[in-house]
Ligand binder design. Structure first.
Ligand code: V55
Ligand code: FE
Length: 489
């Protein structure tokens, strides 16, 4: 019997969906730009069965991939669970078999296998398109290949045996100049191991270069940043151990005494030459971009002051602190000529933002001017009378942050809505940074339905160009990407 009543985080707008969907030619308010020919892919999590532990991380929900396909001014929607091994085993058993987030010791004995933790991945974090293939990613396992038309799961992908890490990050970076992809896997050789492998994958999808490193301590290495010369690996604060996992706890806890680190290595170098720069307590999850200028590396990132995730509690028993779980747009400068092992940091805007930031990816690895992310504008209050339950509502605005002038442009979604991560879509034929659309899924709390909003990225104040209406609450994404039709031809 399926009973979700004990799962506190899964009521209201983000209650489980548990269905798959196909809508041809969605309802639209406004006019969808006719020149957009491609797909907005989104990946997130949706529990098919209730978690074994009600306090489990939402990051442990079953992977779900959805697609808004644009062609000739019409948009069609499709949503499918990712057919991971976990999903198939659970569906065959008619119940949840896998336990806490990244703790195989808490799994049902019929599937328990701590020697092969990557087999329990849920593929619920981000989509990736590279070398003509579509994948769903999660940092604790291999990419799952997905058919871009049907969204059927093909299966795990190990780059024809050349990918030696058991894991693959949810945030590889693609160099727009060379078409190369830089990706890494941490806990690369097994549960709680300090091995991290980094790969360069050519435009043709073949592994070209490998670097192997050891991390200073085993922590979440969620994202990276890549410049034309360097690879940056930022992380901090989260800790784990075999003892912790054998005691049946969720994978990560927060240790405020641990420093943050940014590892820096040359793209074409050898892992043994990595330099570790050290900083204060920080929760370093997502980056916007970085570039190398002379002896300096400039990194833009919306890092948190401290632990963002309440379900990965402090190991010292103190309560999770929401005051410090705030992300700010930061400029971090690393001087490679300096003998010091640290960086300088500026907070560029004094208010907290959503940490799922994006750029115009045509400028990834290069000097770029704009970052885009969501935030909550307090001057635009939520209309509680019309929309009721605030749970899960975080952001009402998408911002374009101009790192050169400090200017901020805003798109406001409306008083009954909340925004998920935005995505920049280049205007076909354009070359200038920022010329394109900003798109993203909004949760409409008044109508209890999801809406894809499309705005002109150079005129955010004008509001929507179009809104694509879904007649239901679409499974929440973690991350989304735009893929032009030519990338998946
Ligand atoms: C993150 C998300 C994850 C995860 C680890 O946003 C970190 C950060 C959706 O899964 O497993
Ligand atoms: Fe992420």
């Amino acid at each position: 019997m399926v009973d979700f009543t004990k799962v506190p985080t899964r009521v209201g707008f983000f209650a489980p969906e548990r269905f798959e969907a196909d809508i041809h030619d969605c309802e639209v308010i406004g006019k969808v730009p006719k020149d957009l020919n491609g797909t907005f892919f989104r990946v997130g999590g949706d529990w098919f069965y209730p978690p074994l532990f009600p306090d489990d991380a939402v990051l442990n929900a079953d992977g779900y991939i959805s697609a808004f396909r644009f062609k000739d001014g019409i948009v069609s929607y499709k949503g499918r669970y990712v057919r991971t091994r976990r999903y198939e085993l659970q569906k065959a058993a008619n119940r949840q078999l896998f336990g806490y987030y990244r703790n195989p010791f808490t799994d049902d004995p019929s599937v328990r296998d701590p020697e092969r933790p990557y087999l329990r991945t849920v593929a619920n974090t981000s989509p990736l398109v590279h070398a003509g293939k579509l994948f769903a990613l999660k940092e604790d396992g291999l990419p799952h290949r997905i058919d871009p038309v049907t969204l059927d799961t093909v299966g795990p992908w190990d780059f024809e045996g050349a990918w030696k890490s058991q894991t693959f990050t949810a945030h590889p970076k693609i160099d727009p100049v060379t078409g190369e992809m830089i990706a890494f896997g941490y806990q690369a050789t097994g549960l709680v191991t300090d091995d991290l492998f980094i790969y360069t994958i050519g435009r043709d999808g073949k592994v070209k270069h490998e670097q192997r490193i050891k991390v200073p301590y085993v922590s979440v290495v969620h994202d990276c940043a890549v410049t034309q010369k360097h690879i940056l690996l930022p992380f901090g604060g989260y800790v784990t151990s075999m003892e912790r996992l054998k005691a049946g706890k969720i994978h990560w806890g927060w240790d405020a005494t641990k420093p943050s680190y940014i590892g820096v290595l040359a793209r074409d170098g050898d892992g043994k030459d990595i330099r570790w720069f050290k900083g204060p307590e920080r929760c370093m999850m997502h980056t916007f971009n970085a570039y190398t200028e002379g002896s300096k590396i400039i990194l833009y990132a919306p890092f948190y002051d401290s632990n963002f995730f309440p379900f990965f509690p402090p190991i010292d028993g103190t309560p999770w602190n929401p005051q410090k779980a705030k992300a700010y747009v930061r400029r971090i400068t690393i001087d490679l000529r300096s003998k010091k092992d640290t960086w300088t940091e500026e907070i560029l805007w004094p208010f907290n933002v959503g940490d799922l930031g994006r750029i115009d990816t045509r400028f990834m690895t290069l000097r770029q001017r704009y970052g885009y992310t969501s935030f909550n504008d307090p001057d635009r209050p939520f209309d509680e009378a019309r929309a009721g339950n605030l749970r899960g509502r975080v952001s009402n605005t998408y911002g374009r942050f101009d790192f050169e002038t400090g200017k901020l442009n805003r798109y406001f979604v409306g008083p009954t809505h909340s925004l998920q991560e935005c995505c920049f879509v280049p205007r076909p034929g354009s070359r200038e940074e920022g010329d394109g659309y900003l798109i993203g899924v909004a949760s409409n709390y008044a109508e209890m339905r999801s809406e894809l909003v499309i705005a002109d990225a150079q005129n955010l104040e004008a509001g929507d160009v179009a809104r694509v209406i879904l007649p239901f609450r679409s499974t929440a994404q973690v991350h989304g990407i735009w893929a032009d039709a030519s990338e998946l031809a």
